[in-house]
Design a protein around this ligand. Structure first.
Ligand code: VAH
Length: 311
């Protein structure tokens, strides 16, 4: 992996992954693409992943050896517009896989804890288990996992992926996700010392600080392929927490912080269909995955960084 094209490069993961990869492989070796132009300190192209021809053209023109496909609609947005979500999440994925097959590229795309459903074991969810998600996003993620396995088995494309928990970051805010509350709470803690959570008390989900997510992508992509038994959907995990756990962690730094609840039934239903905690032992065993940040360390870093960012 040394010349990389990222789709969805202006999104929550993409924007930080672009910077992270450029710090490792060099700015000119990481080409960002998205449906709109952002301010860029390196190569950037406008690409809509539903335009197969354009995606192929850009990958070929830059002579990349890797595609990191991040462009997607997240869970809550996908429930608002399920047909469009299918087009983007599945049509875009197929186009990206076809480019990887035709140009013989290494391939990364994330799955999610959203690939599990209400009938999946909720606590310490196993790597290999029942996956009957009840959201369009979850259907997309399970189908995506299977499609990436197929492209490896049938065409030999070196596809790899992880099931991300809810990701928390202070750079590009998420859009349209169920776990977005865990990002918003930090912004509101700095701005107003108060937050109204749209996810209810006692609703546990697995979460992860963005630095751990970025490190896991590079670690997996550079791992010895012969050691990988689960290529496209490694469970990874860091912090199993509910809204009240975030509030308590914030209060240790901002004692006057207050939280109340105004539950959004759509996102609450999605959250309740997902696991409470995830077993990441396969990733630990096959490629040495290890999260560095716990809830307290993430909270301290988020509040420090947002205090500067928000002035
Ligand atoms: C979402 N942040 O909320 C994404 C993620 C596990 C959650 O997939 O849809």
């Amino acid at each position: 992996m040394k010349k990389i094209l990222i789709t969805g490069a202006l999104g929550q993961i993409g924007s930080e992954l672009m910077t992270h990869l450029r710090s490792i492989y060099g700015t000119d070796n990481v080409i960002g693409t998205d449906i709109r132009k952002g301010e860029q300190d390196g190569p950037f192209e406008i690409v809509d992943v539903t335009d197969a021809k354009r995606l192929h053209e850009v990958a070929k023109a830059y002579n990349v050896d890797t595609i990191m496909h991040l462009a997607a609609l997240l869970s809550a947005k996908a429930e608002e517009m399920p047909q469009k979500a299918w087009d983007i999440n599945m049509g875009g994925l197929m186009n990206a896989l076809e480019v990887a097959r035709e140009l013989e590229l290494q391939f990364f795309t994330p799955s999610s804890i959203g690939a599990f459903g209400p009938s999946t074991p909720k606590n310490n969810t196993p790597q290999d288990t029942l996956q009957r998600p009840t959201t369009m996003y979850g259907v997309n993620k399970v189908a995506g996992e299977l499609l990436c396995d197929y492209y490896y088995d049938r065409f030999g494309v070196d596809t790899r992926g992880v099931r991300f928990p809810g990701l928390i970051s202070y750079v590009a805010p998420p859009g349209g996700g169920t776990t977005d509350y865990a990002v918003e709470i930090y912004y509101e803690a700095i701005k107003n010392k108060a937050y109204t959570s749209f996810i209810g008390e006692g609703t546990y989900m697995d979460m992860m600080y963005m630095p751990d997510a970025l490190h896991s992508i590079v670690q997996l992509m550079e791992a010895d392929a012969s050691k990988l038994q689960h290529r496209n959907a490694f469970n990874i995990a860091a912090i199993s927490a509910a809204p009240e756990d975030f509030a308590a962690a914030i209060k240790t730094y901002i004692p006057e912080f207050q939280m109340d609840y105004q539950v959004d039934p759509v996102r609450q239903k999605i959250a309740e269909s997902w696991p409470n905690s995830i077993d990441a032992s396969a990733a630990q065993k096959e490629w040495g995955f290890k999260a560095e940040y716990n809830l307290d360390a993430m909270t301290k870093d988020m509040l420090d960084k947002l205090a500067v960012k928000l002035g």
